[in-house]
Write a protein that binds this ligand. Structure first.
Ligand code: BES
Ligand code: MN
Length: 447
């Protein structure tokens, strides 16, 4: 344990340098203009794995963005552990809103700032550190799987999984793409929400009109859309769509004051909904209007708008089925369309949530390794975000143990401006994963 602690601490500067280089590649999977960068980041990840001594590295794609698979065959009698992360990132939003340039890793106050530095290139770096800790010869079989399109809902993951099922089969999956309880306190994620979204278009007129000439009689589409969107929640902020599942009863208390502070909710602004915070965050549906297509304020004229669109996103209870949720949402919208407005739906998408019980001997070994590395017991918590590959892998490999871990913390600002990684947590996460591989290998005398 002490040897591994020293080894990991010695190799951290090199791993952080590699993380910095990886972050500089603008692998935004949602923007076609950056698909060359997504390929370049797959190449870079493949190069890092080769450099870590991986004897079998390949880049795979099934019509989507490239993933990287690296494999070390299992020593006789040892289990195979698959280490997952993703190398694609979200767009930056307005780059000028960032305190430092979004693709240049910049340290401030013990944290590294950049797009993707935590979600999820840190996941790649944690796996790299754990592998380097064994000098290129891990004590277990290892398959590294680094996806290139997680941030766009993994559209070709099922095809990759089907084509490469044998390469990806493992006894244990370590998914390093989730969040911890607090800086300094690790967590295993035991539930993830699913996700379903669609675009609704509202039409009320066959052409735009002068708002003075016809206003007061002819309904405009933007006002109709706003009224429609307002029906998605009740006055307390609870979701008002019938047919969405709730999996109430998450066994953990969350503190409202802490949550307000971490989320940066302004003084006087209320938290949404009623009931236990853990359920509202992790096991109940949440609905957000992500975007609206309508005239901008700068372009506004005195006009009744004929059509307007909104993208609506529903975070699903871990046990909810995506198509059923989309049907419930469309039924609700259709039933609540004001003034007979016409609705059309498009761009429907969903990803599964999951339940990930932390049970069995592998989970026990993981808890022990994390407790040693972090110096405190890991918390079992849910997450409101989505990692749909977890459900896909659970379904394909039902006998495997899945461990969902990560290096995000409540202030990581994933997907936001000034995304950041806590350096102390990063080093603990690297040690924890190295210790876990050692523990899993120790059973066959190689740890
Ligand atoms: N790392 C996140 C998932 C996550 C978010 C875990 C918050 C824990 C807390 C992941 O990269 C992500 O953002 N997933 C997308 C999935 C979607 C595109 C299907 C998400 O949740 O929006
Ligand atoms: Mn993400």
């Amino acid at each position: 344990m002490n040897d591994l602690r020293r080894t990991v601490s010695d190799l951290l500067p090199g791993v952080l340098a590699d993380l910095t280089d990886l972050v500089a590649i603008r692998s935004v999977s949602s923007l076609p203009a950056h698909h060359g960068d997504v390929s370049a980041s797959a190449d870079a990840v493949a190069g890092l794995l080769r450099g870590a001594g991986c004897p079998d590295v390949r880049i795979v794609a099934e019509g989507g963005q490239p993933a990287v698979i690296g494999r070390w065959p299992a020593p006789e009698g040892a289990p195979t552990v698959c280490l997952y992360a993703h190398h694609d990132v979200q767009p930056t939003g307005d780059p000028d809103a960032w305190t430092s340039p979004p693709f240049e890793v910049t340290e401030r106050g013990g944290r590294l700032h950049a797009r993707g530095v935590v979600d999820d290139k840190a996941g790649v770096a944690v796996h790299l550190a754990a592998l380097r800790a064994f000098g290129g010869t891990p004590p277990v079989g290892v398959t590294v799987f680094v996806e290139g399109e997680e941030e766009v809902g993994s559209p070709t993951l099922a095809a990759i999984l089907e084509r490469h099922r044998d390469l990806l089969a493992a006894d244990v999956y370590v998914i390093c793409d989730s969040a911890n309880w607090a800086v300094g306190t690790p967590a295993f994620t035991t539930t993830l929400r699913g996700l379903a979204d669609l675009v609704v278009e509202v039409s009320t007129l066959d052409h735009a009109l002068h708002s003075g000439q016809y206003g007061g009689v002819a309904p405009d589409a933007l006002t109709a859309l706003v009224r429609l969107l307002a029906t998605l929640h009740d006055d307390a902020g609870d979701v008002a769509v019938a047919g969405l599942v709730r999996d109430d009863g998450f066994p953990l208390e969350h503190d409202a004051d802490r949550l307000r502070a971490e989320a940066g909710v302004l003084d006087g602004v209320e938290l949404l909904g009623t009931g236990p915070l853990a359920d509202r965050l992790w096991t109940r549906p949440a609905i957000t209007v992500l975007a609206v297509d309508a005239p901008s304020v700068a372009q506004a004229s005195n006009t009744l708008t004929a059509t307007a669109r909104a993208k609506i996103s529903v975070r699903l209870a871990p046990g909810q089925n995506g198509p059923a949720a989309l049907t419930a949402l469309k039924d609700h919208l259709t039933a609540h369309a004001p003034w007979g407005a016409r609705l059309t739906f498009g761009a429907e998408q969903y990803g599964h949530g999951s339940q990930i019980p932390l049970e069995g001997p592998v989970a026990d070994a993981a808890v022990a390794a994390f407790t040693q590395a972090w110096g405190t017991d890991p918390v079992q918590m849910g997450q409101g975000g989505s990692i749909p590959m977890v459900a896909d892998f659970q379904r394909t490999f039902p006998d495997a143990t899945v461990l969902v871990t990560g290096v995000c913390d409540p202030d990581s600002r994933m997907h936001g401006i000034d995304e950041s990684l806590d350096l102390g947590d990063f080093s603990k996460a690297c040690l924890a994963e190295a210790l876990l591989l050692a523990e899993l290998g120790a059973a066959v005398g190689r740890g």
